[in-house]
Design a protein around this ligand. Structure first.
Ligand code: PLP
Length: 451
């Protein structure tokens, strides 16, 4: 039987010997050892030595309702006892998957009424690439294959997910960008605005999509994919002019619009979905993470009626995963949605903790000589580290400023992330005012030590 009680050194040795970590240099595991996290409650995790660490990242942007919610473990136990598994292939369905699809239809933007299930955001995006291309093929327009994405986008780690993403270091593994995906620049005004106002830059950045469509020919373009706010790329919240212009361009050239809600969904931006915050009307909406607050792997793809109607006329759908719509995961997702609803977490983010969090971080922009910009909305934020506030010159990666700052925070009891030369935060939506204060206190000291 599994025995969770071992000394940290023993876990680290076993881990180094047998486990290939994600997004980690294996050498670090061999030399420094892994960080063994053993339990969690609310917004706090504890390591194997009993050290308490405030989780400013909600795991991986996902534990929206916080840790330790019995409602979710109870839902899992009950469903596991009743029907631990069944699939949604070959005409089958189980009540939790049906109920979850119906609940999501009530929360997502108008005309998103059908949902395909998957187990991760990456799989959801893979499914979308297949469904979107099929949408055009069924209409005799199979040349519409290319999907346009953005630099610094993150859409997953599968072959298609990493191609859709705009992270060069991820493309290297596949020997370049595969699968008919191309990228335009991401809309980061502070670094690339070149003297334009935020709104002017938003329009210019969106028009890069139009230029790319004209270059490729609209008959060859399937879809545009974008996160309402780019998360893993450094919390790039676009200017207000950006999404309306993207919407116009997609409509004008008959391009499907995919709003990747894997991070932005389930309250993080102060609406149920980022698409509502930015008034986007997507054809596809992949969602994962906050759908179950990470308690079990589950993802969904929201599909607009105009797309569903074409796909529904296409006969047998040759797509699905063994665990699509897993009944236990769906039951947990339903309990998670109940909590978000009953505790008013979406409006809490919009009206209370979100503005408090942003205002607290803004103080660091004023007080720290190395913070050039605070980005973000709701409960996702980034602090841009700079060498010089006037010229906006960035530290080099070799300066290691963001990594130093991140590691300082960890040792002081706070988890944040370093993305390029930004410090990124995405706490649980239940974060208290006192936890925001503690976060800013630790960050302030970390920035002072970094400067
Ligand atoms: N899309 C976005 C916007 C994400 O942030 C992520 C993961 O961070 C994914 C897709 C991939 O999701 P997963 O890691 O569940 O495959």
């Amino acid at each position: 039987m599994f025995n969770p009680q071992k000394a940290t050194g023993e876990w680290q040795t076993l881990d180094a010997r047998h486990h290939l970590h994600s997004f980690t240099d294996p050498k670090l595991i061999e030399t420094e050892g892994s960080r063994i996290i053993v339990r969690a409650e609310g917004s706090t995790v504890w390591d194997n030595d009993g050290r308490e660490i405030l989780d400013g990242m909600a795991g991986l942007w996902c534990v929206n309702i916080g840790y330790g919610r019995r409602e979710l473990s109870d839902a899992a136990v009950a469903q596991m006892a009743l029907l631990p598994y069944y699939n949604n292939h070959f005409q089958s369905a189980s009540p939790p998957m049906i109920e979850l699809a119906a609940r999501l239809a009530g929360l997502t933007p108008e005309a998103i009424n059908h949902f395909a299930f998957a187990n991760s955001g990456s799989e959801a995006n893979d499914a979308i690439a297949r469904l979107a291309r099929q949408f055009w093929q069924l209409q005799g327009r199979g040349t519409k294959r290319t999907i346009i994405s953005r630099t610094m986008a993150y859409h997953g780690s599968t072959v298609m997910g990493s191609a859709l993403g705009g992270m060069p270091h991820m493309h290297v593994m596949d020997g370049g960008v595969s699968n008919d995906v191309v990228h335009i620049a991401h809309p980061h005004w502070y670094l690339f605005g070149e003297g334009a106002s935020r709104d002017e830059f938003g329009l210019k950045a969106a028009r890069a999509l139009e230029e790319k469509i004209l270059e490729l020919g609209a008959d060859n373009v399937c879809a545009f994919i974008g996160e309402p706010v780019q998360g893993a790329g450094g919390v790039i919240d676009p200017p207000a002019t950006y999404w309306p212009e993207i919407q116009r361009i997609c409509k004008q050239y008959d391009i499907l619009l995919i709003a990747d809600e894997v991070i932005c969904g389930f309250g993080r931006t102060g609406s149920w979905f980022g698409s509502q915050t930015f008034e986007i009307q997507p054809d596809f909406m992949p969602m994962a993470k906050g759908l179950s607050s990470g308690y079990l792997p589950v993802a969904a793809v929201g599909i607009h009626d105009r797309v569903y109607n074409v796909i529904a006329g296409g006969g047998h759908l040759a797509h699905g995963y063994t665990y699509s719509g897993h009944p236990v995961a769906c039951a947990v997702a339903l309990a998670n949605i109940d909590i978000i609803e009953n505790e008013g977490l979406v409006t809490r983010v919009r009206d209370d903790i979100g503005p408090y969090f942003m205002a607290a971080l803004d103080k660091l922009v004023v007080s720290s000589p190395i913070v050039g910009e605070r980005r973000g909305i709701g409960m996702m934020a980034a602090l841009q580290l700079v060498k010089n506030k006037t010229t906006r010159e960035l530290p080099t990666l070799a300066d290691n400023a963001a990594i130093f700052c991140r590691d300082y925070c960890y040792h002081e009891g706070l988890i944040v992330r370093a993305v390029g030369q930004s410090i990124v935060l995405s706490p649980p939506l239940i974060f208290t005012h006192a936890e925001v204060d503690k976060t800013v206190d630790i960050l302030g000291r970390a920035l002072e030590a970094t400067a």
